[in-house]
Write a protein that binds this ligand. Structure first.
Ligand SMILES: NC(=O)C1=CN([C@@H]2O[C@H](COP(=O)(O)OP(=O)(O)OC[C@H]3O[C@@H](n4cnc5c(N)ncnc54)[C@H](O)[C@@H]3O)[C@@H](O)[C@H]2O)C=CC1
Ligand SMILES: O=C(O)CCC(=O)C(=O)O
Length: 532
């Protein structure tokens, strides 16, 4: 095998570097602190790149990297890597999701205790020659109510530590099942607002996605108990920093601790730095321990070594594990399954027990496990940073969330020669969507158990309304007022229960104002915007 060259462009553990350097077929260069133009200049020489969070692997870098086959991220978040560019250029992106979990949970918990007892401020006061015992009287965390937003790996470790300190934990995570919440001994909130209402402390452990941007805003701050403490050791941008600074200044919030910032490094003219010491900061240190850096440094090196020497792919965030022949055979079904999964993530009840996929007719003869994983990937996409869920990692993600996946083929007659039915099960509740091919065109043919027929791609609104005259007219008027053209409409009535489901395909997306107008209209029970 020709020697593969790997560039390590951010500091990683020496053991990780040695592991690569010791391999006869690999050559490793450590060259950290490169300016973007320097990276651009040297990247064409390399087959592999290892980064932490300082290097930004932009589309420009990836496109210039004509030999590049793999990027390894020594850490969790891959937001400094342009995953679309990597995928388009056939570059596998791998992260090391577990190596820094404990360190980050410990750092976040240290920040909570530092806030409760004013430790950084008190330390500073001594250095400034003061002896301010009264000013720095703190609060106990014992007996306090903690809201954990995002109960994944780090959230769960934080919760354990909080429980050991006598805190009551309430968690919000749309993908946390009741069984997993029970195992973690945490109260399961059905919404972010429910978790925050009456909380004394909040900690954030969600990825940065369009759904989580400013997940803590001025309105939500109002739900917290007066004097509440907020910790963000996940990603900058999860908190509206201006709203936070105002709430701290007014005394509504007792204090906040930020390890992460919307722009890193931040500039000192930002609102959060004008808070009379009640917001404390660390420079993105969550994963900065000897242990975490050794873990992620060794893991990323092992992953790249195994990729180049054995073709193995571990913790890929952008790479489906299908061989080319099977992919071609089931390609159209994969597209349909993705849309069914995405529909479920928007429409089905949160915090489900399982995802159930049933195959009827000809499709049952194909490689259905890949189709099921594709439906699951579509379903989970909303829970992760774009590109972080794929066929390779979706099953492990579902397992870690306590979401069971069941797949079966059915000999029962369906209304179609073949059908894929995808269902979210939560207790006794079952939410169904289904799809098939009409001629050669993939179609969604069932939503919430109602027969519909619609395309699988585009912008939609799904309206559930009382089954009475005039409602379609109301919807049409609202859309027309906003100059949104309807390209297709499929209406299905449930006469027994007196409601109708209307799947409306639009030429352009309906924004929040349209959804609000429709939701407020008489007779409309629910409206969901979906982009498939
Ligand atoms: N400060 C630092 O140095 C570090 C920061 N991080 C960041 O911490 C975050 C969490 O990391 P992990 O726990 O390892 O990830 P994870 O993937 O195990 O957990 C994230 C959880 O957030 C949940 N989630 C997604 N959307 C949500 C929403 N809208 N509301 C509530 N929950 C939602 C997911 O279902 C998942 O359970 C990531 O953004 C990561 O980049 C991770 C390591 C170090
Ligand atoms: O490399 C670092 O220290 C940052 C860690 C981090 O934010 C992550 O793993 O998501």
């Amino acid at each position: 095998m020709a020697t593969k060259r790997i560039l390590v462009s951010d500091p990683i553990s020496e053991k990780g570097v040695a592991l690569l350097a010791d391999h006869p077929e690999l050559e490793v260069d450590v060259n950290t602190g490169l300016a973007p133009e320097e990276l651009l200049k040297i990247i064409p020489q390399y087959d592999g790149l290892i980064v932490r969070s300082q290097t930004t692997a932009t589309a420009e870098v990836i496109e210039a990297a004509t030999k590049l086959k793999a990027i390894g991220r020594a850490g969790v978040g891959v937001d400094n890597i342009d995953r679309d560019a990597a995928t388009n250029n056939g570059v596998v992106v791998m992260n090391t999701p577990t190596g820094n979990t404990i360190s980050t949970a410990e750092h976040a918990f240290s920040l909570l205790l530092s806030l409760a007892r004013h430790i950084p401020q008190a330390h500073g006061s001594i250095l400034a020659g003061r002896w301010d015992r009264k000013k720095y009287q703190g609060t106990e965390v014992n007996g306090k109510r903690l809201a954990v937003i995002g109960m994944g790996r780090i959230g769960a470790e934080f919760a354990k530590r909080a429980q050991a300190f006598g805190m009551t934990v309430v968690a919000y995570d749309p993908f946390l099942s009741a069984a997993r919440a029970e195992a973690l001994k945490v109260e399961l909130a059905e919404t972010v607002d429910q978790a925050l209402t009456g909380a004394d402390c909040v900690t954030l452990h969600v990825p940065m996605t369009p759904d989580t941007k400013h997940i803590i805003n001025a309105d939500r701050i109002e739900l917290l108990n007066k004097g509440a403490l907020i910790v963000n050791c996940a990603r900058g941008g999860l908190i509206d920093e201006v709203a936070l600074a105002a709430a701290v200044k007014s005394g509504r919030i007792g204090g906040a601790a930020l390890d992460v910032f919307e722009n890193e490094p931040p500039t000192l003219d930002q609102a959060v730095f004008d808070s009379d010491e009640r917001i404390i900061f660390t420079p993105h240190l969550g994963a900065s321990t000897n242990e975490a850096q050794e873990n992620v440094g060794i893991q990323v090196a092992e992953q790249l070594r195994d990729f180049f020497t054995q073709g193995a792919i571990t913790n890929a965030v952008n790479m489906p594990s299908l061989d080319a022949k099977t992919a071609e055979e089931i390609g159209d079904y994969l597209e349909l399954a993705t849309s069914l999964g995405k529909l479920l993530s928007k429409l089905a009840p949160h915090q489900p027990d399982s995802l159930r996929v049933t195959y009827y007719g000809a499709v049952s003869e194909l490689e259905t496990s890949a189709i099921t994983r594709t439906a699951l990937t579509g379903y989970l996409t909303a829970s992760r940073q774009e590109g972080q869920v794929n066929l390779v990692n979706c099953a492990a993600i579902a397992k870690s969330m306590g979401l069971q996946i069941t797949e079966s083929t059915s000999a029962e007659e369906a209304d179609f020669t073949e059908l894929i039915k995808a269902e979210i099960v939560k207790g006794d509740e079952v939410y169904t969507v289904a799809g098939t091919f009409v001629g050669s065109a993939p179609r969604i043919v069932n939503i919430e158990g109602q027969a519909v027929e619609t395309a699988i791609k585009g912008n939609f609104i799904i309206v559930k309304n009382d089954d009475r005259p005039g409602i379609v007219g109301t919807v049409g008027t609202v859309l027309a007022d906003k100059e949104i053209n309807i390209s297709n409409m499929s209406l299905s009535r449930n006469k027994d229960l007196g409601y109708a489901v209307n799947v409306i395909q639009l030429d352009s997306a309906a924004d929040e104002s349209v959804i609000n107008l429709l939701t407020e209209a008489p007779g409309i029970l629910a409206v969901t915007a979906v982009e498939l």
